[in-house]
Ligand binder design. Structure first.
Ligand SMILES: Nc1ncnc2c1ncn2[C@@H]1O[C@H](COP(=O)(O)OP(=O)(O)OP(=O)(O)O)[C@@H](O)[C@H]1O
Length: 338
């Protein structure tokens, strides 16, 4: 029987050593990515979403280093893979659609050739057979294969190029697709169109997806599970419906209230701004912006704890005996009212 989780991340830390100090882009993060589901990571810019996702491809950008932890992909420890094994793993097991991914296309090579080159770099196959598969994929992302295969990237619009990249991500039948702000660089109508294609792909193929987004409204529509990141820490993980109905962390609540499309009342931005990652606050990194901060929040970093076997939260408001009279759920109501 297959394990329920495709990916299990444990205690993962990723650092960027800089001249002025060390950026802890991801700090002791543990997260399960269930098979066949859409998991979303949300958080303001710089919270560590892309860095965490890049570790799933062992492609942390320079000068970043994975300082500790473990990533098990379908039972295999990714952090121990050798170079050759990594080459086989990337794209065929996990593919990524980057922010403005269309810029990743080679401007001087026709799209069809780029598909063939990518395929044969991983698997042996006859050109005709590869082209059949590519035509099917292009069709799937609602592009005309005859036009697109012979085109150079500059002959396609931004939305078309992003759809080409989505077709690319499916080329080798990966088990996981990482979508890093897949629609951010596009106009609103194209965003909706591409988003619908992604949801159709998920529905038809049951493929596991990790969606990184600032846009909590998109996450609410698409994801089964949400992880909330703040300044390199995972501060809440839970099922989407539960999280939107009753956010447990004040930061999650703030993110939901800051999203205009989800609310009848006006959006309310979170006060303050994310910390300088070279000099993050002691204790809970969110405490300087938190209306509920207590003395201990500036002192001790709260661990990520399970509240009800489904929701994980890292907040002292939920630790037993800290400011709670009636337990964690009374506090959840206070946090909702945040
Ligand atoms: N190549 C790099 N060199 C130095 N610092 C980096 C590098 N890449 C990321 N960082 C730092 O790591 C932290 C996390 O960045 P990351 O891009 O993962 O955040 P993010 O949540 O994905 O943000 P965004 O939504 O803007 O993409 C930030 O403080 C960022 O400055």
């Amino acid at each position: 029987m297959q394990a329920a989780n495709l990916v299990e991340i444990r205690d993962l830390s990723i650092q960027f050593p800089m001249k002025r100090g060390v950026v802890q882009a991801v700090q002791n993060v543990s997260l399960d990515i269930p098979r066949g589901k859409i998991t979303a990571l949300v958080g303001e810019s710089g919270s560590g979403k892309s860095t965490l996702a890049s570790a799933l491809l062992r492609m942390v950008s320079s000068p970043g280093v994975i300082a500790g932890g473990s990533i098990k992909f379908d039972g295999t420890e990714l952090l121990k893979l050798k170079k050759r094994e990594l080459r086989e793993y990337r794209w065929s097991q996990t593919a990524m659609v980057f922010q403005a991914a269309q810029n990743a296309l080679n401007p001087v090579v026709r799209i069809g050739e780029q598909f063939i080159e990518t395929y044969v770099a991983h698997k042996k196959e006859r050109k005709e057979k590869i082209l059949d598969k590519v035509k099917h994929l292009l069709d799937y992302v609602r592009l005309d294969p005859n036009r697109v295969l012979n085109a150079y990237p500059h002959e396609l619009s931004g939305g078309m190029k992003q759809r080409v990249m989505i077709a690319f991500s499916l080329l080798l039948d990966p088990k996981l697709i990482i979508l890093d702000e897949p629609t951010t660089a596009l106009d609103v109508i194209t965003q909706e169109y591409i988003f619908n294609i992604l949801m159709q792909i998920h529905k038809d193929l049951g493929i596991t997806m990790l969606l990184l987004s600032h846009d909590i409204a998109i996450v609410a529509k698409a994801a089964d599970q949400v992880g909330v990141m703040y300044a390199g820490n995972l501060v809440e993980v839970g099922e989407t419906c539960d999280m939107f109905a009753a956010p447990k962390h004040p930061y999650t609540s703030g993110l939901i209230k800051a999203a205009p499309s989800l609310l009848t009342e006006a959006a309310e931005p979170i006060a303050g701004s994310p910390p300088n990652m070279l000099n993050t606050p002691a204790g809970c990194k969110f405490h300087p912006r938190c209306k509920h901060a207590m003395e201990m929040c500036g002192r001790e970093q709260p661990p990520l704890l399970s509240l009800d076997n489904q929701t994980l939260v890292a907040c002292h408001l939920h630790s037993a005996g800290h400011g709670t009279e009636g337990g964690a759920y009374d506090i959840a109501a206070k946090v909702r009212a945040y």
